[in-house]
Design a protein around this ligand. Structure first.
Ligand code: FES
Ligand SMILES: [Fe+2]
Length: 388
């Protein structure tokens, strides 16, 4: 049917044949550099759970595009973030992914300039100081930091950073009833995917690929098996308005309660969820460009995306549980973690497949189908960020 002819009330689908972003925007190093500057170094970027730096003086390092970030917990328990770059001649300061400072000083491994955890240059090993040199002129480059629900975000725009409040869909979105601060990490998945970071978000934004690539997920969430995400994605939705079958209404298949291999709850259930949240099966909150969080009735999963090259993206997924689940010796965590691992691997393969084809010299733009309205929203967001 031609949807354009008659826009149907309550229908979500795109009515115009919207072009995708140009193929070159997924492979061109210059365009990638432009996106790093306009998007990744301007927005709030999710790094990790605050609880992953529990002890004073523990640190972690991260790479966002070309930027090296050092996150540490100081001796007073405060989190701090700096560019992982020495003010002397620019060496990285901490060379491991994670560790613990040996003292209250951050000492550069190259010529031993030493900084306090507050970022002040405390000493250099030089026998004499040059004229006009003041230690206080060379503090570490500090980075804006914010915490929400136990999640740590940074913003590389420094004092120009946009306000963190309001950037995350957290006031209006559905995770207020999940005890995010108290959750404990039980499992981590990390993969380097050979695709541009935008390919990940496009894949995340549609279910046109679900019947093809996610047979298990399509069986668990029957509406996904119809290539759509929500009731209103079907132009004929009104014909089934009175039908409660999840294949029309969304939500999990009959008798399933969560995303797990057997559809069963494992461990403790969150007790403050509304009946609607329990029935939904999955509740997503997204903060472009780096993270989405999905709440289920028995766990929460946080997926972080970081660009590490024009065609290389680091995908990181962490499963967060109530402490009681992890303390239960009979807790079948694998039943939960195996499921999304399967889906993530399928999506990672799809992203790599997509990336390879994008090199075609003759592929200027592709075109979006009605079900891909979220992909269009993502493209509009990217265009807006780039000012194009
Ligand atoms: S570069 Fe760090 S002390 Fe020289
Ligand atoms: Fe997928």
């Amino acid at each position: 049917m031609n949807i354009k002819a008659e826009k149907i009330a309550g229908y979500n689908g795109l009515t115009n044949a919207e072009p995708t972003l140009p193929g070159s925007h997924y492979v061109d190093p210059d365009h990638y550099a432009k996106e790093l500057g306009a998007i990744w170094y301007k927005n709030w970027i999710y790094l990790c759970r605050a609880s992953s730096l529990e002890r004073p003086l523990s640190y972690r390092t991260f790479t966002i595009g070309t930027q090296k970030v050092l996150l540490l917990r100081d001796e007073n328990g405060e989190l701090r973030a700096y560019h992982n770059t020495c003010r002397h001649r620019g060496s990285v300061l901490c060379t491991s992914d994670e560790g613990r400072l040996k003292s209250k000083l951050i000492t550069c491994p190259y010529h031993n300039w030493a900084y306090s955890t507050a970022g002040e240059l405390v000493r250099t090993p030089s026998l004499a100081m040059p004229d006009g040199f003041k230690l206080s002129d060379y503090p570490l480059y500090d980075i804006a930091l914010a915490e929400w629900g136990g999640f740590v975000f940074i913003n590389l725009a420094g004092t120009d950073a946009i306000d963190f409040e309001g950037t995350f869909e957290r006031d209006n979105a559905g995770l207020a009833n999940w005890p995010l601060d108290d959750l404990v990490s039980g499992h981590v998945y990390q993969k380097t995917v050979a695709c541009n970071w935008k390919v990940f978000w496009e894949n995340f934004s549609e279910c046109l690929h679900c019947p093809n690539l996610h047979p298990e997920l399509s069986a668990l969430v029957p509406i996904y098996g119809r290539s759509i995400i929500a009731e209103g994605d079907d132009p004929n939705w009104a014909d089934h308005a009175g039908d409660s079958d999840p294949k029309f209404k969304g939500g999990l298949r009959l008798n399933a309660q969560t995303w797990s291999m057997d559809g069963e709850v494992h461990g403790a259930r969150f007790d403050a969820l509304t009946p609607k949240e329990q029935k939904a099966g999955q509740t997503y909150v997204t903060n472009l460009p780096s993270v989405f969080v999905v709440g289920h009735v028995d766990y929460v999963r946080v997926v972080r995306v970081l660009p590490i090259g024009p065609e290389l993206t680091e995908l990181h997924s962490e499963w967060l549980f109530p402490a009681a689940s992890l303390e239960d010796p009979n807790f079948d965590m694998a039943n939960i973690t195996d499921f999304a691992t399967l889906v993530l691997d399928q999506d990672a393969d799809a992203c790599e497949m997509n990336q390879q084809g994008l090199h075609c010299e003759r592929h200027d733009t592709g075109v979006l189908m009605p079900e891909e309205y979220y992909v269009h929203m993502f493209h509009e967001w990217v265009r807006g960020q780039l000012g194009t």
